[in-house]
Design a binder for this molecule. Sequence first.
Ligand code: KG4
Ligand code: ZN
Length: 359
Amino acid sequence: MLILAIESSCDETAAAVLDMADDRRLVLSNIVSSQIETHALYGGVVPEIASRAHAEAVSGVVSEAVRAAGISLRNIEAVAVTFAPGLIGSLLVGVSFAKSLAYALGVPLIPVNHIRAHAAAAYPSNPDLTAPYLALIVSGGHTSLFDVRDYTDFSEIGSTRDDAAGEAFDKIGRVMGLPYPGGAAMDRLAAEGLRQKVTLKFPSPAIPDDTLDFSFSGLKTAVLNAIHTERQRLGLGDRDDLPDAFRAEVAAAFTRTVVDGVCLKLREALRRTNAKKLVLAGGVAANSHLRAGVEKTAAEAGAALYMPPKSLCGDNAVMVGAEAYYDFKAGITAGLDLNAFASDEGAEAAEKDFLARKI
Ligand code: KG4
Ligand code: ZN
């Protein structure tokens, strides 16, 4: 089945063409137009600017995805689009474009949940990965554990009660003067820091109770306090550069705390679900230290670990097309009244509606 997929939930306008079947997960094209440079000026994503940039880019990005796939629009058998969760104005651009394209081509419209799509990013490069599995999704908006009973049946068994891990990486990176978004730069800096002595200690994001939940706000505040204290000690202003060795130590201590805390709950989730397969996905899954920690945890639990390549950890449309195939098979399609939803709760309610309407 030739699927054209569109993603516009945050700051990447993306389109991809996939050829999907029960025994085939082929990526024919993958185009991502990033707005990072525009938002870097403001140190974070500005929603109004993001939706305008999506509106400007979407048509060109979709045309390019079709051209690069070496097919014609007439060959497309379904149009898939991220409809939730994300920035509402951004989502609406992709949803509106996908609706008109599906209508014009006379093909089904498949609404895709962004979080499930992150897990599906691991499908094309892992032909042997089949549900059920345990998924750890770590991104700019989510840090969650899912018991994935089937491709379309995700049950959240643990999540963050406040900030997501990616938000903490970005905020700390910004305060230390790293280029936006901070995650990738923090990854490199932590590697440098781990080569020196790390004495800083921060509170774990693993909530010390019998849930599988996380909290990153205490950790984030503790790291920010340590940075302010060091600035005061050295008589530095907010805009003055911190010493390189200190920044590297902060990045290393913070990253180690995140990885240890996430792996603590992951270990427990693997034990409780007895899962033999684990998927690590989401933007923060590109982090080399997290990948190494999760690899070790999975091996100790005797679970096979599947990860998307780093290039498919951040937002893209390949993951949307990969998930869409299984959604379509489960009867999840939408009409031209499809709406976008910012929250997980909105997405859940809408998904019940798609299934209720299933013919
Ligand atoms: O999944 P994603 O692209 O967007 C959301 O759905 O949220 O995740 C973006 C997040 C950002 O916070 C970014 O800093 C983080 O992923 N990120 C990383 C790395 N690469 C991207 N965080 C830590 N280490 C990285 N190498
Ligand atoms: Zn994402």
